[in-house]
Design a protein around this ligand. Sequence first.
Ligand SMILES: [Zn+2]
Length: 203
Amino acid sequence: MIFETRIARLLFPSVIVKTPAEGIHLTFDDGPHPSATPAVLEILKKRNIHATFFLLGRNVEQYPDIARQVVSEGHQIGNHSYLHANLFFKSTSFVRQQINQAGETIEKNLGTKAGYFRPPYGYLNFQILKILKEKELKCVLWNIDSKDYCSNKQEIDNRIPDQISNGSILLFHDNHHTASKVHTYLPDILDKLLEKKYIFKRL
Ligand SMILES: [Zn+2]
């Protein structure tokens, strides 16, 4: 969703699409998922890489142990709403409810507060940003989209540029689209980035 990301950067300067960090940021959306998330965690652990997971409240409710494993293995967590509805055309009360319910579910089950929010599908408007500001949540998109949910290994590889600049935020998913194939692309992509001496940082 590079087009939306560019528009968002112009329209919404408070939204984070890159950071000033000396390192790159891996992000995984839509978990926890019963098989995709453990697979991703194992791949990351083997390489001593830490990432940020944008969790769905509904999935945290359903798989609290997997969500706790994400936290206990040193990863950062963010709020990705409760149900993964496109919030763009929804009422203020619905948007607020989705953000609050996910935040409360995360806090209740993980004993930690999410400081970052990523809107489902990356769709944003001023109403959503206003609510995030009230809730003191920082809005995070990405600048490199792997499109891992709809692509094969070669296509995903091609979307990760050879030269990534420091502060880049890479978008991946741990969901039902990636569960059966994450092992086919993620280890390889990470090994190539490690070879190039990139440092991985949580947001
Ligand atoms: Zn998502």
